[in-house]
Design a protein. Sequence first.
Length: 508
Amino acid sequence: MADTKREIERKYESDESGLPDLTGVAGVATVVDKGVAHLDATYYDTADERLAASSITLRRRTGGSDAGWHLKFPVAPGVRDEIQAPLSDTVPRTLAGLVRSRVRDAELAPVVRLRSDRDVRDLVDAEGRLLAEVSVDAVQAERLNGEGGSAQWTEIEVELADGGDPAFLDKVEKRFRKAGVRPSASASKLARALEETAPKKKRRKKKAPVAQAPVAQAPVTAGDHVLAYIRAQRDAIVELDPAVRRDVYDSVHRMRVATRRMRSAFRSYRKVLDRAVTDPIGEELKWLAGELGVDRDQEVLTDRLTAALDELPRTLLSGPVRTRLRTWSHARRGGSRRRLIAVLDGKRYLELLAALDGLVDEPPLLEAAGGKPTKVIGKAVRGDFAALAVLVEQAVELPPSQDRDLALHEARKKAKRTRYAAEAATGALGEPAADLVRSMKSLQGLLGDHQDSVMTREALRDLAGQAHAAGESAFTYGVLYGHEERRAELVEGALPEAWGSIKGGMEV
């Protein structure tokens, strides 16, 4: 099983290649010499360095206190999530899965070997607590693929102790700067190694700036705005893949939303992108959203039922209700997790990612894509809003019934589509589009609460049936069912006024 650690560190370089006195850093009581560790790390990537392009590192390292496989994902400048796995001869399956959305079918192979002599100091406070680890690393880099060579350098690394205050690193940096130590020009050892050991013909050449006449900027078209939105959703799917595999909170929901945003953009902006290309991709996105939804819907139901139970007086709790809810949720979610991982490891998913890359790289633009953004995009958003108005007003006229539930559910889906269309339009239409996004989010929340009530009542019928079959009381499930009916009634009662306010404020 892989372990995860949040790593917060900064890298520096000095012409003196040494470490300044750190006893004067505020909060540091003692600087403890931990000796020299000899580290030997082999970094893996594809032949075209896809992981490096995403600032992801995968290495097998021996020596030091944490020998093993390390996979690092960027979180923010100087912050990375490190996922560790025990030493083995080949890339661990768990780590290979976490980079599959970037690597696809390409082979992971050794690209660089880094051998470092690490001279370590611990910065400790007056109570003996570790504040940070400071090391001076003498690095030897060797390119293992292609016709690259070798390089060597010395750098200083400061890593914050687990749970430490990042502001402490500012104090260390202040001391460094006074001593002439400057931040490293490279984000990581691997980035520097790849640059300095690359074949000469592939190295970036630094040229003196040349004065040039201003270049006229091409006008931003409707297609530019739509493609920027599509590209952002493609990137979100790829970047969220590892988090979904690790079961990071809310990652499944966020990936599902990205698929929906893209599908909605295909439909809303069908005059901009050729449907002959986007419709098949949209169907695959629908399939992926469905697979992701199994987990997400279960999360929503479980959270809603748990919260409802917490609000009930003890006198209304009859039988092992919480135990049955946990068993029911675990059984349904456990199977869906295994299925979801199998989906992400499958050929169909990888083919979808490839199709998304092709769409972004060679977009199937129609004539309207070259039109003025305000005209083309504004028309699309207004069309979505008009269709939403029809659905909401039809639903409001229906009496409380299953037909009304279905109508409100359709209106909710259309509100999402209108919201996503407005999101894509904010760059072109400005504040009116941003206002529409907020209005649609509010309406979506109202209608979503109604749909959640419908789904929760179905779950309660299921739970009550299981309890009855096991000889348990079904009383509490009936109480909760009544509460959910009341919540739905309140939504239905509030909808006409909410919709009237939204419709009256429509400015796009």
